[in-house]
Design a protein around this ligand. Structure first.
Ligand SMILES: [Zn+2]
Length: 397
């Protein structure tokens, strides 16, 4: 295997005009050696995001973050926007906020002031989860009814720019650049895990307009949740039941069972195994897990990170050839790819790092919609079989 790891990765943190954090992860010269530094100042006239907001009558109103309410019927927390934020600045409709600043302009509409970058991470300007400094953390009862609990939707949302090239995509990147992204994910997971109240960190990519992506620029997101999400809660309950019944670790036992069965294995490398889960629910679904028990991305060794960059890219490139149109041309796959990592509180030892990649595309020109049975009952009906999906991916290897 050719060397994947850049000779070094340089991390440079700065603050945007409204107080949000921006971090450059550089693997190319002259930045990686420190000979030059990316632009650190943000020339935009943005108000401090937590500064009180002037009202029409001249008074000042404090910024309030998003709230979340607990569905009393399921126990799920639902974060809600509609909070009061300093949002006087909006980028013009034709400007991509993730593209680097233009060389010929000293003022940028974008979120990244440098004229180029390798990988960049910044706090989302319009976050679904946000810890407002000084905001009272106490829960309250909606309309005074104790059944309806509400809390500040604290946490943090970040954007990861995978490339400065607007027309690129993750699958087009070099293994070295993917390796830098892995480093950025691990760095952010470690940092966000330290924030007060954060219970889990989710790094993910939504790819394609079919998934609802509004910015085509290659990017992903990171959510640091102040609560355990419904899927994770369910998985923890199942893992605890499995441990009580068998003494085993559910996620490891699933991986070992898939390796024994073999039929749904679609990728195997020194450190990683890709498989279509035996009870996959999406039209295309692949999980990628390390062979070694690892709780989260920061727990991966350098060798596992190098291998991941190569193995994941190879898998993504196959997925982009999964469907072909009438003329035999590949149809790029819309997908959601997210990293399940161990929670930070109770149940942490039940976690095991794995990537879940899923697609709503069930055929060229056909999408799976979450209709009555899925949306109304959260009960899934698959239009295919996991073995058929795995066979197609094996054929493309
Ligand atoms: Zn762009």
């Amino acid at each position: 295997m050719p060397p994947v790891r850049p000779a070094a990765i340089r991390r440079t943190a700065t603050t945007l005009a409204d107080g949000r954090e921006l971090i450059y992860f550089d693997d190319s010269e002259p930045y990686v050696s420190g000979q030059r530094t990316r632009r650190l100042d943000d020339p935009r006239p943005l108000p401090d995001r937590f500064a009180p907001i002037p009202q029409p009558d001249g008074s000042l109103a404090p910024v309030t973050g998003p709230q979340m309410r607990r569905d009393p019927l399921t126990g799920d927390w639902i974060p809600m926007a509609g909070h009061r934020m300093n949002r006087t600045f909006m980028p013009s409709a034709d400007a991509c906020p993730l593209c680097p600043a233009r060389e010929d302009a000293d003022y940028s509409d974008g979120e990244i002031p440098a004229t180029d970058y390798d990988v960049a991470v910044f706090e989302n300007r319009f976050p679904a989860l946000l810890a407002v400094p000084g905001a009272p953390p106490e829960p309250w009862a909606v309309d005074g009814e104790e059944l309806w609990q509400a809390r500040p939707a604290s946490g943090r949302c970040e954007v990861v720019c995978f490339s400065s090239d607007h027309d690129s995509s993750f699958a087009d990147l070099t293994p070295g650049r993917v390796r830098t992204i892995v480093e950025a994910w691990a760095d952010r997971t470690a940092a966000l895990s330290e924030l007060p109240g954060v219970q889990q960190v989710f790094c993910f990519e939504n790819r394609g307009p079919e998934i609802g992506v509004t910015l085509p620029h290659p990017h992903g997101q990171i959510y640091a949740f102040g609560y355990v999400t419904p899927r994770t809660r369910t998985m923890l309950e199942r893992a605890a039941e499995h441990r009580a019944a068998t003494g085993g670790h559910l996620l490891r036992d699933v991986l070992e069972a898939e390796l024994r069965a073999g039929v749904r294995i679609v990728a195997e490398s020194e450190h990683w195994v890709g498989y279509v889960p035996a009870a996959a629910r999406w039209p295309v679904e692949v999980h990628l897990a390390p062979r070694r028990d690892v709780l989260d991305l920061p727990g991966l060794t350098d060798a596992e990170r190098d291998d991941l960059a190569v193995t994941y890219l190879e898998l993504l490139r196959r997925l982009d050839r999964f469907f072909v149109d009438g003329a035999g041309a590949p149809v790029p796959l819309p997908y959601v790819a997210g990293w399940h990592q161990a929670v930070l509180g109770e149940g942490r030892e039940l976690g095991r790092l794995h990537l879940q990649l899923l697609s709503v595309r069930r055929a060229p020109g056909k999408l799976k919609y979450l209709a009555g049975v899925e949306s109304g009952m959260a009960s899934w009906i698959s239009d295919t079989t996991p073995e058929r999906v795995a066979a197609r991916l094996q054929e493309l290897a």
